[in-house]
Design a protein around this ligand. Sequence first.
Ligand SMILES: Cc1cc2nc3c(=O)[nH]c(=O)nc-3n(C[C@H](O)[C@H](O)[C@H](O)COP(=O)(O)OP(=O)(O)OC[C@H]3O[C@@H](n4cnc5c(N)ncnc54)[C@H](O)[C@@H]3O)c2cc1C
Length: 390
Amino acid sequence: MGEHQIESEGDVSKTSSNENELYEAIIIGAGAAGIGVAISLVHVGIENFLVVDRDTVGSSFASWPEETRFITPSFPSNSIGMLDLNSIAIGVSPAFSMRVEHPTGIEYAEHLRSLAKFFELNVRDKTNITNIEKNEGIFYLKTDTKTFQAKNVIWAAGEYQSPSIDVFAGSELCLHTSNVKKYGDLMGDDFLIIGGYESGIDAAYHLAKQNKRVRVFDMNCPWGESTSDPSVALSTFSFERMRDECFEKNVELFAETPVKSVTFKEETFELKTEDGQVFQSKVKPLLASGFEGSHKHVSHLFEQREDGFPLLNEQDESTIVPGMFLCGPSVRHDNHIFCFIYKYRQRFGIVAQAIASSLDLPTDEFVEAYRSWGMYLDDLSCCGQECLTC
Ligand SMILES: Cc1cc2nc3c(=O)[nH]c(=O)nc-3n(C[C@H](O)[C@H](O)[C@H](O)COP(=O)(O)OP(=O)(O)OC[C@H]3O[C@@H](n4cnc5c(N)ncnc54)[C@H](O)[C@@H]3O)c2cc1C
């Protein structure tokens, strides 16, 4: 397993696939999780696998609002054995290849495409999986026109394309932040934002930069949490931006203020809070309410936890359908939440080893290398609140 510092950018090189072929594994989703776990499969020695995406590599990142940047910083720290926080593979550093500390979504999508090309991943674009069934040990993955077959399936279809929209009465009248192309293009001067975690603060910052008035409502107080875990509290990147003069001048924060409803009458949006306050604006309110997650589409293949997330065994595999794996930010174990890249990448090696072992491939060397890079986390008891828990 050598060092791969990716410098070039370009399109995915391979797009070939044979519909009648029985793949060792099919990965659904070519985002950070899908491409990352695909590289782990390469490293463990699995060759006959396919990555499918309904759009193309990195498409969720490519559709972020234009101004939005990574909150986790990239730094070329691999040379001292510490993987770049935004890296999805051993030997890869977005900081090294892009010379950017906080990449935009477009930049990170290009980075993922360059990785797919470098590792010669077999990626099939424009392939929307609409149904998965398992019959006599084989998975059948259907699109509207084709059926693929595999011994193992890795669901890595992410969260971004499944936003939480139905959150209070009238929330459908709002604009979800995942549907904003560019904050600078939004018309109006007076914005109401529902949700004050990373996306809400990001929206508020970019609007405040344009000298717009912004009011942010959150049922909790993300900017007041004392934990250092960015799954709960805001990131240092956001705290820095909240100290910017434009933010302090233009943004008003309403903590512990759940929104009850939004209505639209006489060209005016009216927002009511649970505690009886009323706010008005001519501008469509922004919904920064987060994401439901695509795992809802495969709920028939997993038992559900109490919080609705898939119940997984120690190898991130379904407890009821062997060979069905989950990768990415929806992975949950007890109260551990793997919602950032530097968290969920630690489970790629676990999944790759499980599949390789089922195919009788040797994995000792692979596990040793992955463990030494912090890419093989099998003992969750070692992780305290600051590293994994929300
Ligand atoms: C605004 C914002 C900022 C963020 N900042 C950070 C950050 O700074 N650091 C960090 O670590 N994380 C950050 N995150 C979280 C990070 O973006 C996600 O963890 C990451 O995108 C998840 O990657 P993924 O591969 O699971 O999903 P995605 O990147 O969404 O990839 C899923 C892929 O699956 C495809 N797909 C979906 N359904 C199907 C289907 N049925 N058939 C075929 N293909 C399908 C999609 O087209 C998509 O390409 C941020 C998220 C947001 C929204």
